[in-house]
Design a protein around this ligand. Structure first.
Ligand code: MTE
Ligand code: MOS
Length: 770
């Protein structure tokens, strides 16, 4: 992208800080709006015996109840599998499951009715953990396998073998704006839905199924989200569907907005994982074989669990060539919320696991972990640069980002300084770690890799820009405005970006997999090119020029390179085009070329390209409290030729801090009955400004343009999340300084308690060794 189009501030920056940016719930609401409130199940598994509706009519403002019997269509909100009831008929499957919804004239009245309503249950024994699920053979779907070489044989031939288990916990999305939707019946037979959804087309499809009416009767519009992070990819659907059901049943507009506790209790989170592995290596630390089982906690319904597990399996190698590898994955069915997409989509879990394995190898061999990492990088050509699923890594940039961040962070010198610091401090220890990221870009479901746009030019030269992506704070709209402005060669101020709506661009994909700007950017550019071609014909005539293709559109002017003095204003061309009856609106379309994957054999080229990054983190642990301070972070991230460095750096910082929260402080606690205990910010701690590292240096890889992607840019939304693994590994490194143990087990998240436990274990092992 040309310099003058770059580094624009976020298009809603002023709106965000002044409060003028409108979110779904801030809209001027129509009169007669009804409000909904859920009645949540007090059991994780139970049978519904009776719902006592007597006396409800005496409560002022009460309108109606919504139960399974009210659904005219299909009682399902599941996207991949139809296993997710919107309202339970008889069976309760997790603690906090909405059993019925109350509809009333005010939110307060709806709440009062919900609290009055008596439901009788027969409690049953729930399955609450991955281990419990495995023991009871409680699974969603079959085992998924990816394999290269012969790991069993290679393990037998390895000089060293390590076996272990790794457990990783979930994460609540904690978007600032909770799930919200409102629906207004309109135009006799239709429904206008305003939903905070990352996937308006799917929300439309689910509502159409629930109401049993075709999709063309439903318009789903998303203005912008107050954060999504994957938590509104599918999980926005039930909220929108129940609001639509209320509108359908009552004929009135209806609104749902979840309170923070309701949101945290009822919506799915990042999948917890359990890994059981055997790894074989030689005395140099070279990986020879990995045999590994991954189990994820899918919760009560499938949701997106299969592709999330698959992405974990695709990323179990991170940046390392493992000649013999078998990874088996299975989704465990538990009586918990239905776990879902969350930034990285399984990738983070896969990478945390392999990075811990690498660390175990390093300590076993008394070699620095970074040495083991370096020795195992994909490099060269052919087999040693090909993943276990058969994709050759073209344009491998692992070593580039790695070497660059090592130099920028002064890694080697600091390692020495930290060693000396630790020698001289008994109760404070510092740790330093460097970890890489290679993240595959594309939806692994091939058909999702398409996008559309619709551009409308009006006679005064002002333009409306529509595309299929949604804005959740990541800056997609800003980037789309930049792309359109460059592609049409006109000032960005000419454009008004329109809310994402299924009546403008149909059949869209979720804004997810970090591919929002890759896909929609190409579709926007495509629409601009169509319009430009038409306008060029008009301009050529006006300029008495016979080759329309030679014309240049730049800064609101149209001219020919060889005669730049003869130029015509964009607005004039538009006016003439109208007069000459040339169409001033166009759609754009894009599909990612050259990707495929065959899940039956576990081979293919699922990713259009990879994003690379590397991070160095330094921590200091206080041995009395188990708390740590993040002293310095240096990052080099490959975002290609950035569309907008300001926004990209913001994405890298935000993603990193969110990843650090997952790995070090955000702790979800369920009790023995499967009740979530941490459903408010008082008990569930997300990082704040205080946790941001004192010295936080983000560098974008230079000379990094990526062929075949919009203006040479690369995806940035998710990959930096996984750079936070360097914080976990730096904590491990600091803990190691308390003794001389050949393995450091550290629970995730690395809370003060987990850190103190780990220190104690290291000290015990060291004493025993004496
Ligand atoms: N940034 C902000 N501010 N808010 C968000 O909700 N979601 C992340 C990432 N960055 C998110 C965000 C996730 S999970 C994804 S997949 C991408 O943004 C989606 O947007 P993109 O494809 O346009 O990058
Ligand atoms: Mo992002 S988890 O792909 O919405």
């Amino acid at each position: 992208m040309k310099e003058n189009y770059k580094s624009k501030p976020h298009e809603s920056a002023v709106g965000h800080v002044s409060g003028k940016a409108i979110y779904t719930d801030d809209q001027r609401l129509p009169s007669g709006m009804l409000y909904l409130w859920p009645v949540l199940s007090p059991y994780a598994k139970a049978k519904i015996l009776n719902i006592d509706t007597a006396n409800l009519n005496n409560i002022p403002g009460f309108v109606t109840l919504l139960t399974a019997d009210d659904i005219p269509g299909i009682n399902n909100t599941g996207s991949i599998k139809h296993d997710e009831v919107l309202l339970p008929q008889t069976e309760i499957n997790y603690w906090g499951q909405p059993v019925v919804w109350v509809v009333a004239e005010t939110e307060r009245a709806a709440q009062t009715v919900a609290e009055t309503l008596k439901i009788e249950y027969e409690p049953l024994t729930p399955i609450l953990t991955i281990q419990d699920g495995i023991k009871n053979q409680s699974f969603h779907g079959d085992k998924n396998i990816m394999r290269r070489g012969n790991p069993i044989k290679a393990l037998q031939e390895s000089d060293f073998i390590l076996t272990g288990n790794i457990e990783i916990q979930g994460q609540d999305h904690f978007y600032l704006e909770t799930q919200v939707a409102w629906v207004i019946p309109n135009l006799e037979d239709g429904y206008q839905v305003y939903s905070s959804t990352q996937h308006p087309s799917e929300t439309q499809a689910i509502i159409s199924e629930v109401l049993g009416i075709p999709r063309n009767q439903i318009v789903v519009t998303c203005l912008r989200m107050g954060g999504g992070f994957g938590g509104k990819e599918t999980q926005a659907n039930p909220t929108a569907a129940i609001a639509a059901l209320a509108a359908y049943k009552t004929g009135c507009p209806a609104r749902v907005r979840l309170k923070r506790d309701q949101d945290m209790i009822t919506t799915g989170k990042r999948h917890p994982f359990l890994a059981q592995y055997q790894v074989g290596f030689n005395s140099e630390g070279q990986l020879l074989a990995l045999d590994i089982d991954l189990y994820s906690d899918g919760g009560w319904s499938v949701d997106l669990s299969f592709p999330i597990l698959q992405r974990a399996m695709f990323h179990i190698d991170n940046c390392y060539y493992i000649p013999n590898l078998e990874v088996r994955g299975q989704v465990v069915k538990t009586n918990k919320v239905s776990n879902t997409a969350f930034r990285g989509f399984g990738g983070p879990q896969g990478m945390v696991i392999i990075e811990e394995i690498i660390d175990q190898i390093a300590r076993k061999l008394s070699l620095p972990p970074e040495t083991i990492r370096e020795r195992n990088f994909y490099r060269g050509e052919g087999e040693t640069n090909t993943t276990h699923y058969g994709q050759e890594i073209f344009d491998n940039r692992i070593l580039r980002v790695w070497e660059e961040v090592k130099i920028k962070s002064n890694f080697d010198n600091r390692k020495q300084e930290i060693f000396e610091f630790n020698q001289n401090h008994d109760y404070q220890k510092r740790g330093l770690a460097i970890t890489p990221v290679k993240f595959g870009i594309s939806f692994t479901k091939t058909e999702y890799n398409q996008a559309g746009a619709l551009i409308l030019i009006y006679q005064d030269g002002s333009i409306q820009l529509n595309h299929g992506g949604t804005e959740m704070g990541q800056g997609l709209q800003t980037k789309m405005l930049q792309v359109a402005s460059q592609a049409l060669g006109v000032n960005i101020k000419r454009f008004r970006i329109m809310p994402t709506s299924t009546d403008k661009v149909p059949n869209t994909s979720a804004t997810a997999a970090s591919s929002g700007s890759d896909l929609n950017g190409q579709a926007v550019k495509n629409a601009c090119e169509t319009l430009k071609q038409r306008l060029a014909e008009v301009a050529a005539k006006l300029l008495n020029f016979n080759d329309a293709k030679e014309l240049i559109f730049e800064e609101d002017w149209v001219y020919c390179k060889s005669y730049p003095r003869y130029k015509i204003a964009f607005e004039e061309v538009v006016k003439q085009a109208y007069n000459q009856r040339v169409s001033l609106s166009a759609t754009g379309y894009y599909r990612t070329p050259n990707i495929y994957y065959d899940p039956k054999i576990g081979k293919g080229r699922p990713f259009y390209y990879y994003s690379y990054g590397a991070a160095v983190s330094e921590v200091e642990i206080d041995g009395f409290t188990g708390t740590f301070k993040l002293r310095q972070v240096d990052i080099v991230q490959d975002v290609g030729e950035s569309l907008n460095p300001l926004i990209d750096i913001g994405q890298i910082e935000g993603g990193f801090v969110q990843g650090m929260g997952w790995l070090t402080m955000e702790e979800l606690v369920w009790d023995e009955q499967g009740r979530l205990k941490t459903f408010a910010p008082s008990t569930y701690k997300i990082p704040t400004i205080k946790e941001i590292p004192k010295s936080f240096n983000v560098h974008l890889l230079k000379r990094a343009a990526q062929d075949g992607v919009i203006y040479g840019s690369k995806a940035v939304g998710e990959p930096p999340f996984m750079l936070a693994i360097s914080v976990r590994e730096a904590i491990r490194d600091a803990i190691a300084a308390w003794g001389n143990s050949d393995s450091i087990s550290l629970a995730s998240p690395a809370t003060p308690e987990a850190i103190l436990n780990a220190i104690e274990q290291v000290q015990l092992k060291s004493e025993n060794a004496l």
